[in-house]
Design a protein around this ligand. Structure first.
Ligand code: TYC
Length: 120
């Protein structure tokens, strides 16, 4: 089925049902006010041999809003599998959170790394 808006007869032009008279400003617009969902991006955390487990748990609580049990589960997943999902965000938010984790890690001389990849 087409995603075009179905327009019924509107002979009086009184409403905003017509795509060329939206807003009634007298300016005919060729585009429709269609909102588009932003692409979403995964923040992934990578395992390393040096970053303390408690530090990783703290980062997950601080930057990804995880409670202690959730953070523990993600940390252990990363520790055993090599990589794990911290959260899914719009591009700028995902990049900011990945940077915040790595900046805090670097300040403590830990090599903890995050990556951002498109979801889907
Ligand atoms: N592998 C680390 C250790 O044994 C813990 C760790 C977990 C490090 C997750 C990074 O993303 C990570 N201390």
């Amino acid at each position: 089925m087409s995603d075009k808006k179905h327009t019924t007869n509107n002979p009086g032009q009184t409403g905003n049902d017509d795509g060329d008279r939206r807003g009634d400003t007298g300016v005919a617009l060729k585009t429709r006010p269609r909102t588009k969902k932003p692409s979403m991006y995964k923040v992934l955390m990578l395992n390393d041999d040096y970053t303390p487990m408690e530090f990783v748990i703290h980062a997950l609580e601080r930057f990804f809003g995880k409670n202690h049990d959730e953070a523990m589960a993600i940390m252990l997943h990363v520790h055993t599998k090599g990589v794990g999902l911290c959260g899914v965000y719009t591009y700028e938010v995902a990049e900011m959170k990945a940077s915040q984790v790595m900046d805090m890690a670097a300040q403590h001389q830990h090599p903890l790394q995050c990556t951002v990849e498109k979801d889907g």
